[in-house]
Design a protein around this ligand. Structure first.
Ligand code: AHM
Ligand code: MG
Length: 311
């Protein structure tokens, strides 16, 4: 038996020195810690970076100095972690090779950064996949977002999507995260927030809005993370739907749709592209877009029925 103990020890040593062999869940915890640790520096750098650069991101959107700043800080923080082999960002055309490791991190460095001009909230999103990109949401081993609101907080979960529990954390000025409450969608939903121009909404989605706007009150701020945070706090539904002019909507599956679906489902809610959980969508490209609907399960079921009825 002595021999096998020595063998186990050698295997553990290998795990410690071989980043490719690290447990994906341990890498995921380290990735969430790294994003929290970077958050105070990202936040502190925002005041001087509210201007647009003469550049577009891979989705054809204008880029702020703050987007590039946050992307570079997160690339360093996450790419340097043992076990992270790939770093991908909404701000970059291609994924970056981050060394040995089976885990891929996909980041929206500043979700809702157009809110910088009006000084409204926004966030940093991280999705941690066990495997290469593009990946299915079922390959997530963690997801989280930092919300730069009046208080800097993180909402995050770790584990396979079916088992994930989601908590809110306070992010301290030192970049530590202190666990607060478990996040559960309230049973009695009160808010909704939908992106896109109303005349651009397809008729079936507009019919759904007609139904629910009598029951819920409008809360829309233009940063998905902040709007989803309202849904997590008060219950309700957030959507950036398919548009007549953009049938796949605006939001991206790898950086936005999957992580937010993971968190809302982990908080007891549902996600949908109109027909199925976002986590079940086949990943075809890093910058692939998807209609996003998340919230209390009964509201998402009614949405799917409304879309199905018209098709
Ligand atoms: P971004 O990641 O480039 O900031 O874009 C995504 C944001 C989401 O946070 C938000 O839901 C949406 O764009 C708002 O778009 P609109 O201004 O069309 O309402
Ligand atoms: Mg975004």
């Amino acid at each position: 038996m002595e021999g096998s103990d020595a063998g186990d020890e050698a295997a553990r040593d290998d795990d410690a020195t071989d980043p490719a062999a690290r447990d994906p869940v341990a890498v995921a915890e380290a990735a969430l810690d790294a994003v929290a640790a970077a958050a105070p520096e990202i936040r502190a750098g925002l005041p001087g970076r509210r201007r647009y650069l003469d550049d577009e991101n891979p989705s054809g959107e204008d880029v702020l100095a703050a987007d590039v700043y946050a992307d570079e800080l997160l690339e360093t923080a996450l790419g340097d972690l043992d076990g992270v082999g790939t770093y991908a960002s909404e701000e970059r055309e291609s994924a970056v090779d981050a060394g040995e490791g089976s885990v891929s991190v996909a980041v929206d460095p500043l979700d809702g950064s157009s809110n910088l001009a009006s000084n409204n909230p926004m966030g940093s999103i991280v999705a941690v996949y066990d495997g290469p990109l593009p990946a299915s949401g079922r390959d997530l081993v963690a997801a989280g977002f930092v919300l730069y609101g009046p208080v800097t907080t993180m909402v995050a979960g770790v584990g396979a999507p079916a088992d994930a529990t989601v908590h809110e954390y306070l992010v301290t000025e030192e970049g530590d995260r202190e666990q607060l409450e478990r996040v559960r969608l309230p049973d009695d939903p009160t808010v909704y927030g939908f992106g896109g121009r109303v005349p651009d909404w397809p008729a079936d989605f507009a019919a759904y809005v007609d139904e629910i706007e009598d029951e819920l009150k409008l809360r829309y701020g233009g940063a998905m993370i902040a709007d989803v945070s309202q849904v997590l706090s008060y219950g309700g539904v957030f959507a950036y739907p398919a548009l007549e002019s953009a049938p796949d909507g605006k939001l991206r599956l790898q950086f936005e749709g999957n992580p937010v679906a993971y968190l809302v489902e982990g908080a007891g809610g549902r996600s949908s592209d109109g027909a199925r959980s976002l986590l079940d969508i086949e990943a075809t490209g890093i910058h692939q877009r998807v209609p996003v609907h998340v919230g209390n399960a009964p509201l998402i079921e009614r949405l799917e029925t409304a879309l199905d009825d018209v098709r």
